[in-house]
Design a protein around this ligand. Structure first.
Ligand code: TXA
Ligand code: MG
Length: 323
């Protein structure tokens, strides 16, 4: 891991170095006005999978996409009137808005956890210049191990995650120190998913309407918790030791699976048994098999360590009974 303490003199060089790392699929810890984020190219599934691995996140919760401005935001999400107004008032700043994913948005499904929506925000500070220089969205959760406190100083990041990160940009303590407010605009009325850096009253004043608080246990408040939030159309059969005729096969690793010859379609999450590669392929492969005309999707066992825990969590949810 490299660490660069940003100064007025070195910021351009540091940004250029960070851009190179991100283009190669690396991870960069970057300061925002809220907390330090652990950033990767949002279009690169393997890079995004490394975020989950580094954090030890047991679930593929969707990640916020950080963009340079509203123009870039419109490549990723459909900004309605309300979204445009909030973007105009509060960006750059600690507000994330959840909107409908744009058609052909250059974002890997691991970032949105397969949802048809996307969380977007424009951060203040050097992160914004980095995103502009990179020329695309950066997926970035807070740069802490899962379940631990969010980092507001570069030291917090290097102590906990240093080994997993290629570059830490150190811009001193974060101005706000609390994550962004997350507002969903995907329904008829706006809904607060997470209180944060922008007070909800300020959002209500800007929108001229009351904002619903997501109730505890409300599936919208925590998409990663909702059993069917990423469910393929076809039933899933987990821990399959063989494929039945007419089933599709989602395999992992290089071992031959009995019955493969009669499978309607086959995808392998990772021939070499690499869980990072498997995570990056998961949503896309499931979507492919879902379209294959098979009767069901048989999934071979996947190790439960490292990212395997998140992969298995997502598969269990996808296989859960539908409401
Ligand atoms: O201040 C922040 O927002 C920090 C800095 C780094 O920008 N980022 C951050 O990201 O807090 P993270 O990953 O810890 O929080 C992302 C949360 C998820 O837990 C999820 O609930 C919500 O954002 N989220 C992301 N995409 C969503 C979507 N499509 N629909 C609903 N919620 C979404
Ligand atoms: Mg977090």
């Amino acid at each position: 891991m490299r660490r660069i303490v940003l100064t007025a003199d070195n910021v351009d060089d540091a940004v250029a170095e960070a851009v190179q790392i991100l283009r190669r699929g690396g991870l960069v810890a970057l300061p925002t006005e809220t907390v330090y984020g652990l950033a990767a190219d949002a279009a690169n599934g393997r890079a995004v999978a490394k975020i989950f691995a580094a954090k030890g996140r047991p679930r593929f919760n969707p990640l916020i996409c950080h963009v340079a401005d509203a123009v870039m935001a419109r490549r990723y999400g459909v900004l309605d009137k309300r979204a445009e107004r909030l973007a105009d008032r509060f960006w750059p700043g600690p507000l994330s808005i959840v909107v409908t994913l744009a058609a052909d948005a250059p974002v890997h499904p691991l970032v949105t956890a397969g949802l048809p929506t996307i969380a977007l925000r424009v951060p203040r500070g050097p992160a914004r210049g980095l995103i502009a220089a990179f020329g695309g969205a950066l997926a970035a959760p807070s740069a802490n191990p899962s379940g631990r406190l969010s980092p507001t100083r570069a030291d917090h990041v290097t102590e906990a995650l240093g080994d997993a990160i290629d570059l830490v940009l150190d811009a001193g303590p974060c101005e706000i120190g609390l994550e962004s407010t997350i507002l969903s605009l995907t329904g008829d009325s706006p809904r607060l998913l997470r209180p944060g850096g922008v007070p909800v009253q300020a959002l209500e004043a800007a929108l001229g309407e009351r904002i619903d608080r997501a109730a505890a246990g409300d599936p919208v408040s925590a998409p990663g918790m909702l059993a069917s939030h990423y469910a393929p159309r076809l039933p899933l059969r987990l821990n399959a030791k063989r494929v039945a005729p007419g089933e599709a096969l989602l395999a992992f690793g290089g071992n031959a699976v009995p019955g493969s010859g009669g499978a309607a379609a086959i995808r392998n999450l990772s021939q070499s048994g690499d869980l990072i590669e498997a995570a990056a392929n998961l949503f896309a492969h499931l979507a492919d098999l879902d379209r294959s005309g098979a009767s069901a999707i048989a999934v071979t066992p996947i190790p439960d360590h490292g990212l395997g825990e998140a992969i298995n969590d997502r598969l269990l949810r996808a296989a859960a009974p539908r409401p």
